[in-house]
Ligand binder design. Structure first.
Ligand code: NZQ
Ligand code: ZN
Length: 382
């Protein structure tokens, strides 16, 4: 096992009818910036529940954080927060709203060019505290220190991590996720699945507990996904998915192991240039990256196939990759860029952009623009 230092200060409040606890969880004397997205919380009752809980607090609202939160929108919210002397941010929504809140909480305090924060040109340590009400299980943002901010004018999507932006608390009420469209439920299943793979489908370093923990969450996701699609209002299935997604990226699995993250880095180009949802972009990348890296990943993929997918003792890494594609297809999740209208020429443009960015990712730091080209071309017509 590799050496590690892990830290996670986020309080999770999980279960039905937990949103009223905002009344106690939010500081009484704070000026709260209530941050949310395009309006789903006004259709599923979450907005009313939140305002009812905060009836004795001072609340300033900012609506309109988009999926893949945009830098310019966040800057508008930052300016409002500064003008209103906001001292606490409450993000109510999915990963995009939570990521935006994290960025804004740092940007409020930061005097330099705020784009320095997502690009990691600056690592400020001062942040306004934030809490969340999660409405979409997927990213793990509710219990981690990560944020991903997009800037369409630059076709850029940049990720940063900063311990100052761990949420103080996150309320996870699975019943509010029954209003999710199928597409977003699928995105969530895929994103959680990918987060586990990025920390598990790498190479052996003797971290047996973390391997078993990863396999437990993968097995739970594979078990619950078809049940949930068949019975979308089932609270227990929603609860299982929600806790799986949080556990997939909250520092537990990633401690003491070798990380990959190349699938995520490639997927950011697909989203920034072609607008694929985060989950969609991951699903058209993963298995092609695995084939590209099959020799380095062979041992772990075989283990995954046998322990998680239930393949025979003689099954190969190749069998595990095919079975993974079958699993995604069984949910209706495409694994080819062709399904989103991309051509060979589009793939080449993305690979060129990665080369210009000096992309160099993966557990062996060998996924560059050339490797990305091969992976994306392999994703055509599958
Ligand atoms: O904006 P509203 O109206 O709220 O609608 C949202 C949005 O359109 C809707 N939605 C959310 N909860 C709902 C709901 N609709 C009905 N009922 C509900 N209960 O779903 C749509 C997508 O929401 P979004 O927040 O964009 O999705 P997700 O949670 O998948 O977040 C994606 C973003 O997170 C980043 C991604 O790159 C992307 O920008 N990630 C963040 C990570 C992190 N912080 O650790 C890690 C991830 O790998 C990922 O990169
Ligand atoms: Zn992700």
């Amino acid at each position: 096992m590799l050496n590690f230092s892990c830290y996670n200060p986020t309080r999770i409040v999980f279960g039905q009818e937990t949103i009223p606890q905002l009344a106690q969880l939010c500081p009484a004397d704070a000026v709260i910036l209530l941050l949310y997205g395009g309006g789903s919380i006004k259709q599923n009752g979450v907005y009313e529940q939140t305002l009812a809980a905060l009836c004795k607090h001072t609340v300033v609202e900012y609506a309109g954080i988009e999926a893949n939160p945009q830098f310019d929108t966040c800057i508008q919210a930052r300016d409002l927060a500064r003008a209103e002397n906001v001292s606490f941010i409450l993000a109510v929504g999915g990963g995009s709203v939570i990521d935006a809140a994290k960025f804004i909480s740092l940007a409020i305090q930061y005097d330099g060019d705020a784009w320095d924060i997502p690009t990691n040109a600056a690592r400020p340590t001062e942040a306004i505290p934030l809490g969340t009400v999660l409405t979409l299980p997927a990213t793990g943002s509710e219990m981690n220190a990560n944020s991903v901010i997009s800037r369409s004018s630059l076709q850029a999507k940049e990720a940063f991590s900063n311990e100052a932006v761990f949420p103080v608390f996150s309320i996870l009420d699975p019943s509010v996720t029954t209003s999710l469209p199928l597409r977003q439920t699928l995105n969530g299943i895929v994103d959680a699945f990918m987060h586990i793979c990025e920390q598990y489908a790498t190479r052996d370093c003797g971290a047996r507990l973390q391997e078993r923990q990863a396999e437990a969450i993968l097995s739970s996701l594979i078990e619950v996904a078809p049940l949930l699609l068949a019975d979308p209002d089932n609270y227990q299935h929603r609860a299982t998915l929600m806790w799986c997604a949080t556990q997939a990226l909250n520092t537990t699995l990633g401690s003491g192991v070798v990380h990959d993250w190349a699938t995520h880095m490639i997927s950011h180009y697909l989203t920034a240039h072609h607008g694929l949802d985060h989950g969609q972009a991951l699903a058209v990348t993963l298995t092609h990256l695995w084939r590209h890296k099959i020799e380095a990943k062979r041992e772990r993929l075989q283990q995954y196939g046998q322990r998680v997918l239930g393949l025979s003792e003689t099954s190969s890494a190749e069998d595990a990759i095919c079975a993974t594609e079958e699993f995604f297809h069984s949910l209706g999740v495409p694994t080819s860029v062709t399904d989103y209208g991309l051509s060979e020429a589009d793939c080449l443009v993305l690979a060129d952009a990665a080369t210009a960015d000096h992309l160099m990712v993966g557990e062996d730091r060998d996924i560059d623009g050339t490797a990305m080209k091969e992976i994306l071309l392999a994703s055509l017509n599958k």
